[in-house]
Design a protein around this ligand. Sequence first.
Ligand code: PEP
Ligand code: MN
Length: 361
Amino acid sequence: METPLDLVPVSQWGFFTLPRPMIIAGPCSAETREQVLETARGLSELGIHVFRAGIWKPRTHPGSFEGIGSEGLKWLREVKQTYGMKVGTEVASQRHVYECLKYGVDLVWIGARTTANPFLMQEIADALRDSDIPVLVKNPVNPDLDLWIGALERLNAAGIKKLGVIHRGFTTTEKIPYRNEPGWRVAIALRTRFPDLPFFADPSHMGGARQYLLELAQRALDLGLEGLMIESHCNPAVALSDAAQQLTPSGLKDLLGKIVVRDGSVEDYREGLSALRAQIDVIDENLLFALQSRMQVSRKIGQYKKDHNIAIVQASRWDEVLASMVEKGRSYGLDEAFVKEVFNAIHDASVQAQNRILGGE
Ligand code: PEP
Ligand code: MN
């Protein structure tokens, strides 16, 4: 059972000028001193105060650019000195934490692959114990809310109270336009449990391509999230990692100009039409998720029927299911014809899927 988190409000971190959106921007990776300083210059001219750059990069394949390492921390220190920005990077081990503390990094985040690993999370929490720097925790790569919460609990138990989260979506095997499946329902579930936790979205890693950044950033704000972490590089075409999703500082300026922040106050906004629409979007996503889970089970039943030589449709069974759904639907105030129509459509799709299995396709 989770415990409440003991938090220092983000307004007391001295990092962000509220109201939202709070912005963290900077390159996927620190590559050269010139690239880091040039990007920071462009971003500071936009009034951005918090600079990100990956120093150690978790790459899928060995041999890709795995980050410049501690050398890059000196460049981040220069960004602080030259532009007065706060600087942050990703940590994935105790050694990374010690290096960051040594070089005066202001903020660290935990990457999605690390959040998914409780051993590493504990090691990092212990290394950060009682340090005062804010820690942002990205969602784990898989949509496991408890794993995300567990990571926050480990940090909080180590005395870290300047905590926040970053939603960057989930690994999927489905064919979708984005690099990661947004899975907003998981973010909403976390927000509902910990309404005071500062909440960032990372449209860069969620979308994986510049063309999706605006719609994803807008969606995040419409759902009431407070911040955005966006990758920005002075020359994205030659970036050593994530070239397709990075914006130049001037591209970021355009994007921020197009985003509509729908608040009077966050409270007013939550009552408004956009918030209701955003809720509907999450419910629709849940419906789709439920439909695909049902379809998976239905395919297993199809396989079972095939193995045991059972016919696909037992009419009496479906009549019973439908009658029971109509009955339950009525108790929820749902129209009988509507419930029948929906469930008959679902049943038809299931029968077709099972037919394909029996037909050996
Ligand atoms: C990153 O922010 O550079 C990064 C590697 O992101 P993620 O952990 O979300 O993949
Ligand atoms: Mn990246």
